[in-house]
Design a protein around this ligand. Sequence first.
Ligand code: GLC
Length: 565
Amino acid sequence: MDRPKKRDVLRAVNSMSSLCQNGEKKEGIRAVNSVCSISELTDEDLLSRLLDRPRLKLERKKSYEEMSLSLYDSAHSLDGRSGWDTPVFSMKYSSDLNPMVTEAWEALCRSQVYFRGKPVGTIAAYDHASEEVLNYDQVFVRDFVPSALAFLMKGDPDIVKNFLLKTLHIQGQDKMIDKFKLGDGAMPASFKVLHNPIKKTDTIIADFGESAIGRVAPVDSGFWWIILLRAYTKSTGDHSLAERPECQKGMRLILSLCLSEGFDTFPTLLCADGCSMVDRRMGIYGYPIEIQALFFMALRSALSMLKHDSEGKEFMEKIVKRLHALSFHIRSYFWLDFQQLNDIYRYKTEEYSHTAVNKFNVIPDSIPDWIFDFMPLRGGYFIGNVSPARMDFRWFALGNCIAILSSLATPEQSMAIMDLIEARWEELVGEMPLKICYPAMESHEWRIVTGCDPKNTRWSYHNGGSWPVLLWLLTAASIKTGRPQIARRAIELAEARLLKDGWPEYYDGKSGRFIGKQARKFQTWSIAGYLVAKMMMDDPTHVGMISMEEEKHMKPPLRRSSSWT
Ligand code: GLC
C-alpha cells in the first residue's frame, strides 16, 4: 500500500475529521484520495465534480480506513450523555489543523443532545453567558440541518438517522393547542430531552408552535425533514431508512398537509406570518418565497424516495402536477429583474379576464423607492411574496439559495441571482455573510408590519440582520453555479470574525458589523454552517446531497427578460 502523504492526511482530517465520535469507534470516514484543496481546482473542475450521486460507503477506501485508524487511535471516548465538560477529542496532529475548524468541531460536538445514550440532535445555542435560556436549549429541526450535513460530510451519519427517527416518532404524538388539534403531518419546531438523574430516565417534550412566540406552526420543519432524509440517503447510499414503512408514512402525512385541496387559485402554499426561520411577525404571511422554495425542494425529494406502491403512487401523481404548476408560477410571477421591474412600473391596472397582463392587479405606485436603485442591469432574484395586489419586493437569502439548489430557478435565473449578489455585495453581504432579507423596515412601516417588535428593529435579527448560518447556503449555491470565488470571499469574511466573536447567532447593522443586540453566542447553526461551507469547498461533491439538477420537463414556458433568456 502506498503511504498517504501527510499533506493529504491533514487535508482530509481538516475537512471531515472524526473529531466527535462519542463512544464507539465509527467506520464512517470517507476516502481521501479524491479530496484536494479548493485552491488547486479551477472553477470548471469544481463544477464538473459536482456530481448528483449518492456518496456511497463503497467510496471509502480501505487504505484510508487503515490510515484513519492510526490517526485516531487516541480518539476520545465519552461515557454517555452529553459530555459537556469532557474534552471532546484528542488527536495527534490537531495543532496542524486550521484552528478555527478544530474549534468549530469541538463546539459542534459539545452541542450534541443525547436520548437514552444516543445522540439525537444538537442544541440551538450553548451560551453560558446568556441569562435567558428561553428555548435555545432545545433541538430545533431547522437548526439541526446544517449540523446534520456536517456530520454526514464527516461520515458520521448515526446522529442524523437517530434524529430523523426521533422526530418521526414525535410527529406521531397528539398535538393540541388549547382545544384544537394540529394536522397529523405537522413536525415539531423543536424538542427538548429531559434527563431525570434520580430515576435515570430520559423523556422528550416537543413544541409544535404552541409554546413558540406567536403560536405559529413551523411549516418549514416537515420540508426540512424530507430534505434531510434525502441528504442522508444520498450521503450514505443507505436506502433502507427511507424505505421503512414509518418513514414512508411520515412523508405521506407531511405531503397530505400541503397537497390537500382547498380554495387556492395558486399552486403556492398559503402561510401564516412567522412560519419559517423568520419565526415572528415580519410581514411574510401569504406566499413567502422562503417556504415556497423549501416546498418545491421537499416535493422533489419526496418524489425520489416514495415507494411505487398504491399509496405512494397516488402522492407521486399529485406531486408531479404540483411541481409543474409551482415552477411555472414562481419562475414567472416571483421573478424580478431590470426588465421585469420596468414592465411592472408600466403596468395597467383593473384589467379583467384571463388575458390580463397585470395578473395580480399590482398598483405600480406600491413599488417601493429602494428597488429602483437596488436593481442592477445584470442580475435578478425571486421576490419575497406575491399575492393579490401585493408584491413584497424584499430579497430573502434562504429562498433564493434554495431555489438555486433545488433547480426551482432555471440555470439562467440561478446565474442571475449570483450576479445580483455580486453586484449588491455591500448591501447583501457587507462585513458578515449573509443578510436574511434586504432591506430592513423602519419607522411607520416597521410599526405596522412587525407590530412594533423590539427585537426586529431595523437592520437587526430578522429585519435585515446578518446570519452566519446562511453561509452554507451561499456556498452551496456558489459551487452549484460554478462561482466558488463568491463563497471564498464570504468565507474569508466569516473567518475574520466568527470565532473571535464566539459564533454569534446574528449580526446587526446595515453592513452586519455589530454582534446582534440579543444574539446568542455559540449558536450551533452558525458553527455548523461554517463547517459545512468549508467541507463543501474542500470537496464540492458534497453539494450533491443538498442539490438537484433541473428536470427537463420543467423547462420554463415563459421567456420574458434578458437576464434569463
Ligand atoms: C430563533 C430563530 C429561528 C431559530 C431559533 C433557534 O427563534 O428565529 O429561526 O430556529 O431561534 O435558533
